[in-house]
Design a protein around this ligand. Structure first.
Ligand SMILES: [Zn+2]
Length: 316
């Protein structure tokens, strides 16, 4: 499933036998707001198969798994990617690819969040750019839990963008990794009190709050600093379900608040699959596609005009 934007269009042309009429768009830069820097054996050895393709990753080292992800990012013109994971992995990825990889502070099923003072220094040094992915749900935490207040305060004071896992997890999660996991803790409206307490806090509602559509629309309506990413949705849930959800957000007027994210974990092929989910969406206009792939994330991340020019030049 290594299909890029260009390859998909060419493929359509070949299938329909009208290659001359089907435009091959110029490569466009993509920002992946939801990538993970994990060790090659983070999910065990052998790694579990990609649930969609059944393919089992066969990397024999951290370096080969990382390089495969970088090669895939380059193939699809992903010019920046927010990669979160254990700090040692994020540092390893950034050292190997500093122009593309932006560090994310991570907490998930097995990883606790670093101390506020440690994070403050990492953000000051530029090692981290985004406070997330925060998998609070996996740890049984609501975003409004008192112990998280210092983290939100840090993000607000230093204008650090935040990225919070919302929505769902794998089937049986409370009986597997995470006894405190609850589906109800994925409700994006649990972020509301945090947003009110810290005006201006920029939050990426990861996984677009799926399947809490009404709650996600409510949050997007009331809080202009809230964006969403489509991590995992565009390649791992049924395509019709993803398109219904995405179209509902677009129809509600939020085409400028949806950001591309792959949520690639240990399957680099997921990046191309995630991109195809947007490229092939029949209801998106070219302008909406570009907004989702790049413009919205550039705005959310406050990229400078020079940085944006660099990204466009990188794919020419
Ligand atoms: Zn997540």
């Amino acid at each position: 499933m290594m299909r890029g934007v260009r390859a998909v269009w060419v493929g359509v042309a070949l299938l329909t036998g009208c290659a001359r009429e089907v435009p091959v768009p110029a490569p466009q830069p993509i920002i992946d707001m939801h990538l993970h820097a994990f060790a090659y054996d983070a999910y065990g050895l052998p790694a579990p198969p990609n649930e969609v393709t059944g393919n089992v990753p066969h990397f024999g080292s951290d370096t080969s798994a990382m390089r495969a992800t970088f090669d895939t990012l380059r193939l699809y013109h992903v010019v920046r990617a927010v990669a979160s994971g254990p700090l040692a992995d994020v540092r390893r990825w950034r050292a190997a690819n500093p122009t593309v990889i932006m560090g994310g502070a991570y907490t998930g099923p097995r990883d606790t969040l670093l101390a506020v003072t440690t994070l403050e220094q990492l953000f000051a040094d530029g090692e981290l750019k985004v406070l997330g992915e925060l998998g609070l749900q996996y740890r049984g935490l609501s975003p409004s839990a008192p112990e998280l207040t210092p983290y939100w305060a840090l993000a607000a004071a230093r204008k650090i963008p935040v990225a919070v896992h919302t929505g769902l997890g794998d089937a049986g999660t409370p009986f597997d990794c995470c006894p405190n996991f609850r589906a109800r803790l994925g409700n994006p409206l649990l972020l509301e009190d945090v947003l009110v307490a810290h005006p201006g806090l920029r939050v990426n509602v990861m996984h677009a709050g799926y399947p809490f559509l009404a709650e996600t629309k409510a949050l997007l309506t009331i809080y202009p600093e809230v964006y969403v990413d489509i991590g995992v949705l565009s390649w791992a849930i049924p395509r019709a379900e993803f398109y219904a959800y995405l179209k509902a957000l677009i129809d509600a007027g939020f085409a400028n608040r949806v950001m591309f994210g792959s949520d690639q974990m240990v399957w680099p092929e997921a990046i191309g699959m995630a991109i195809a989910g947007i490229t092939e969406a029949p209801f998106l206009t070219p302008a909406q596609r570009q907004a989702i792939f790049y413009d919205n994330a550039a705005r959310f991340l406050r990229l400078t005009p020079a940085e944006i020019a660099r990204d466009h030049a990188a794919v020419r």
